[in-house]
Write a protein that binds this ligand. Structure first.
Ligand code: HEC
Length: 511
């Protein structure tokens, strides 16, 4: 529809509404409304923004649907990838046509949880309403193949390192065998690096050896040896860990999900990798029906020189989680005011199974609200690392806030307990968490120290009042591991002096 036609329609519409207001009987009003409906329907039919082929030509696979499937589905839906069947051609799509219409309409596929309009992210796996309408129409019209000449070339997928030969290639020391069936498996593998000096990372590229079973992967760093100790205690390769790396990592390097591309940070930025770090690779495996072996490789690209801007990890979080059984709308929140001018590069929300909704925003010093992310239908299976297309500038004094909502009722199909039971903060599958990881760079490199100080203050605040001894069982294990070393008098609490020492140590570790 062109602009003049649109103007004509809008003015006719206004005219009709005005006339309608003057009409006296309900019957006449109804008649007018009917005329309006007919007008609107015909306007939509001639509108080129609507589903392809809507006017006269039928929707065909070759012309309309293949470009959508090739660009948005085949990356995961092809032989040897994690999706359960291939979508390489007409025959594949036709045999799953109804299912495809259903899962695209419900937005179950492609898997992408971030609401549009709440942060613009790289590699968003999301169909437009128009693309969904096209697929629906194609199926309604009988899933026609169409003209062979219309078919676009099948997509090509590159094997090998997409960013060129890495500076450092790591490989899982031995293969892990994923069982044929049963629940999904979460395991961490320790990849020693032996880097002789501190380095800065520009990009990490992850390559699973067997994409059929690798659902996603997260990358952590550990200089403390805690991950090695866990590995040593577990007889199989790596160690079991559901929610995170099961240790307090000393750094993070992002993650991978099918369809994500390795990306270099801008030339003046890097992520710190301390001398002596181990690379801890957490993989979420999805059993394929037969036993499968996996031995992943990781390619690391260092910055050419010491970068001006070092990426800082930081998290908003709450451990105050205690959800009664049956509670459908349980909320936790956290806020933080940034002490310096920063740029936000990425955001990674994390919770377990019964979390339903996550919302985060930044209130800028002038009062303007900058949405950071909104996930309305959290799914633990698709926890992505969201990278902003353009870093968000957050001036000093910006208030960051998050709110997570949990549904602990029996109606929540993702509730692992039936009947529901009380859920508290913890590491286990049936426990819950509320964390919003943020990746920042300070606008001025000289402010980095202030930023770290602010973060540590917040971390300590969240711990104060709660002696380490009060953290029972699994809940306290990670914290104990980190803090025991500083609790010299062994009273289960950190004195101000001990806290100060911890802060100093953490600061120099993060330098
Ligand atoms: C990032 C990888 C990925 C992408 C992209 C993707 N899928 Fe999937 N798809 C999967 C996985 C994995 C499953 C298995 C279910 C699960 O793990 O959530 C699946 C399952 C399905 C199913 C079966 C659903 C069911 O109810 O059992 C259909 C149909 C489907 N996908 C269609 C599509 C279509 C159509 C697209 C593109 C518009 C698409 N997928 C894009 C990974 C992907």
């Amino acid at each position: 529809m062109n602009a003049s036609k649109l103007r004509f329609l809008v003015s006719s519409f206004r005219f009709l509404v005005a006339v309608n207001q003057k009409l006296e009987t309900t019957n006449l009003k109804l008649l007018f409304l009917r005329v309006l409906c007919v007008l609107c329907a015909s306007a939509l039919r001639s509108c080129s923004l609507h589903a392809a082929g809507a006017a006269d030509e039928p929707v065909t696979f070759n012309k309309h649907v293949a470009p959508i499937i090739f660009a948005n589905c085949t990356g995961c839906h092809r032989d040897g990838e994690v999706a359960p069947f291939a979508l390489n051609n007409y025959a594949d799509a036709k045999s799953h046509a109804k299912q495809i219409a259903r899962v695209t309409k419900s937005r179950f596929m492609p898997p992408w949880k971030a609401e549009p309009g709440y942060g613009d992210f790289h590699d968003a796996r999301r169909l437009s309403d128009q693309q969904i309408a096209t697929i629906t129409k194609w199926v309604e019209q009988g899933s026609i193949e169409g003209n062979a000449a219309d078919l676009p070339p099948a997509p090509q997928f590159k094997d090998g390192w997409s960013l060129g030969e890495p500076d450092l290639i790591l490989k899982m020391p031995e293969a892990y065998t994923v069982p044929a069936e049963g629940k999904d498996v979460y395991r961490c593998f320790v990849l020693p690096m032996d880097i002789p000096e501190d380095k800065y990372v520009a990009a990490v590229e992850y390559r699973p050896s067997n994409r059929k079973v690798v659902h996603h992967a997260l990358f952590f760093l550990d200089t403390t040896g805690a991950a090695r100790r866990k590995d040593a205690q577990d007889p199989e390769p790596g160690y079991k860990s559901f929610a995170g790396p099961g240790i307090i990592p000393t750094g993070g390097l992002g993650g991978w999900a099918p369809g994500a591309f390795a990306r270099r940070l801008s030339d003046d930025a890097g992520r710190k990798m301390n001398k002596g770090s181990d690379f801890v690779l957490q993989i979420h495996f999805h059993p394929s029906g037969k036993p499968e072996k996996e031995q992943s490789s990781v390619g690391i690209y260092f910055t050419k020189k010491t970068p001006e801007k070092v990426v800082q990890g930081f998290a908003l979080r709450s451990r105050k989680i205690d959800i009664p059984p049956g509670e459908k709308n349980y909320k936790v929140s956290d806020t933080y005011v940034t002490p310096i001018d920063t740029q936000l590069l990425g955001i990674t929300p994390h919770a377990h199974l019964i979390c339903r909704e996550m919302k985060a925003e930044a209130t800028l010093p002038d009062g303007k609200i900058q949405p950071l992310i909104w996930i309305k239908d959290w799914d633990f299976n698709w926890q992505d690392q969201y990278l902003y297309e353009k870093p968000l500038k957050l001036p000093k004094g910006t208030k960051l806030s998050m709110e997570f909502t949990y549904d602990n009722s029996a109606e929540n199909i993702r509730n692992p307990s039936n009947p529901p039971k009380r859920v508290t903060w913890g590491e286990q599958t049936e426990d819950e968490m509320a964390i919003l990881f943020l990746q920042f760079v300070p606008e001025r490199a000289s402010d980095a120290g202030l930023m770290r100080q602010g973060m540590l203050k917040k971390l300590l605040q969240s711990l104060s009042g709660e002696g380490i001894g009060a953290l029972s069982g699994k809940r306290g294990e990670m914290l104990k591991e980190m803090m025991n070393a500083f609790d010299k008098d062994g009273d289960g609490k950190l004195s101000d002096e001990e806290k100060a020492e911890l802060v100093q140590k953490l600061q120099s570790a993060g330098q």
